[in-house]
Design a protein around this ligand. Structure first.
Ligand code: CO8
Length: 258
C-alpha cells in the first residue's frame, strides 16, 4: 500500500516506518497519524514482524503536531472527534517492541510519540522539547505525564514551562534516551537493536514489554506479583524449554514463536 506521509518497509522481521513530510519537518498532521496507526495495526497482526523502528529524517524526527492544522480546531471538535485517542495513541497501544530512532528535532507531539515507544536511540544531533507553551497551550499527547516519569519532575517542569530544548547528551544523562550515537550510525544501530529483539521469542518479548510498562501504572508489590505470574506462565511455552536447552547444549536458541 502506498502512503503519502510515511515510508514503510520491512527488513527481515523488522518493520521500519519513516516519517516523510520534509516540507514541514515531519509535522504530525492528521493524515500522518492516521497512516501511522494503520501501519501499526497491520504490523501487530503480521506474524512476520517481531520489532518496529520508527524514525524521521536527519533534520527532524518530528517537529510536533501540525500547528497549521491545529490552529483551525476548537474545543468541541477536539473533544467530540478526539484525534489523539483515535490515532496518536496507536503507538502507545502497540503491543510489539517499538524503538524510536531520533535525529534532529523531536518537539511537542514528536517528543511525545518518541516517548510512547519502548526506548529511544538518539543521534548526537537530536533535540528534544515540549515547546507547546510558546503556542499558548500545554503538551496534549502525554508530555506532562511521560516526561516526568522519564526525566523526573525538575527537568520535566523546566522543559514544559520554559519550552527549552534538551540536546542528546542531556537527554541521555537524564534517562530520556537509552543511547546516543553519531548521526550517520543512527539507523544501523537502531536496526541492530531491532534485529536482536526480533529473533527472540515474540510472546516473551511482548510480555516483557507489558511487564516493564506495568511499573508505570501500579505499585511495587503488585508489579512484582504481576511479573512473577507472567514469568511462571512462560514455563508453559516451548520457547522456554528451547531457550534453556540451547544454553545447556551450548548452541543458539531457535525460538518457535517469532
Ligand atoms: N507544524 C506545522 N509546520 C511546521 C511545524 C509544525 N509543528 N514545524 C515546522 N513546520 C514547518 C514550518 O512552518 C516551515 O514551513 P514553511 O517553509 O512553509 O514556512 C517548515 O516546516 C520549516 O520550518 P522552519 O522554517 O521553522 O525551520 P527552522 O529550521 O527555522 O526551525 C524549528 C525549526 C525550531 C523546529 C521550528 O520549525 C519550530 O519551532 N517548529 C514548531 C515546533 C513546535 O512548536 N512544536 C509543537 C507543536 S504543538 C504539538 O506538538 C501538540 C501535540 C499534542 C497534539 C495532540 C493532538 C490531538
Amino acid at each position: 500500500m502506498a502512503y503519502k506521509t510515511i515510508q514503510v518497509k520491512t527488513e527481515g522481521r523488522v518493520g521500519v516506518i519513516t516519517f516523510s513530510r520534509p516540507e514541514a519537518l515531519n509535522a504530525l498532521c492528521d493524515e500522518l497519524t492516521t497512516e501511522l496507526a494503520t501501519v501499526l495495526t497491520a504490523f501487530e497482526k503480521d506474524g512476520g514482524i517481531g520489532c518496529v523502528v520508527l524514525t524521521g529524517s536527519k533534520k527532524a524526527f518530528a517537529a510536533g503536531a501540525d500547528i497549521k492544522e491545529l490552529q483551525a480546531r476548537d474545543f468541541v471538535s477536539l473533544y467530540m472527534q478526539d484525534p489523539f485517542a483515535e490515532t496518536w495513541e496507536a503507538v502507545a497501544r502497540f503491543r510489539k517492541p517499538i524503538i524510536a530512532a531520533v535525529s534532529g528535532y523531536a518537539l511537542g507531539g514528536g517528543c511525545e510519540i518518541a516517548m510512547m515507544c519502548d526506548f529511544i536511540i538518539a543521534s548526537q544531533t537530536a533535540k528534544f522539547g515540549q515547546p507547546e507553551i510558546n503556542l499558548g497551550v500545554m503538551p496534549g499527547a502525554g508530555g506532562t505525564q511521560r516526561l516526568p516519569r522519564a526525566v523526573g519532575k525538575a527537568k520535566a517542569m523546566d522543559m514544559c514551562l520554559t519550552g527549552r530544548m534538551m540536546d542528546a547528551e542531556e537527554a541521555e544523562r537524564s534517562g530520556l534516551v537509552s543511547r546516543v550515537v553519531p548521526a550517520e550510525d543512527l539507523l544501523d544501530v537502531a536496526m541492530e537493536a531491532a534485529e536482536a529483539i526480533a529473533v527472540k521469542s515474540l510472546p516473551v518479548a511482548m510480555m516483557t514489554k507489558e511487564s516493564v510498562n506495568r511499573a508505570y501504572e501500579i505499585g511495587l508489590t503488585e508489579g512484582v506479583r504481576f511479573e512473577r505470574r507472567v514469568f511462571q506462565s512462560q514455563f508453559a511455552l516451548e520457547d522456554q524449554s528451547e531457550g534453556m536447552s540451547a544454553f545447556a547444549e551450548k548452541r543458539a536458541a531457535h525460538f518457535k514463536h517469532r
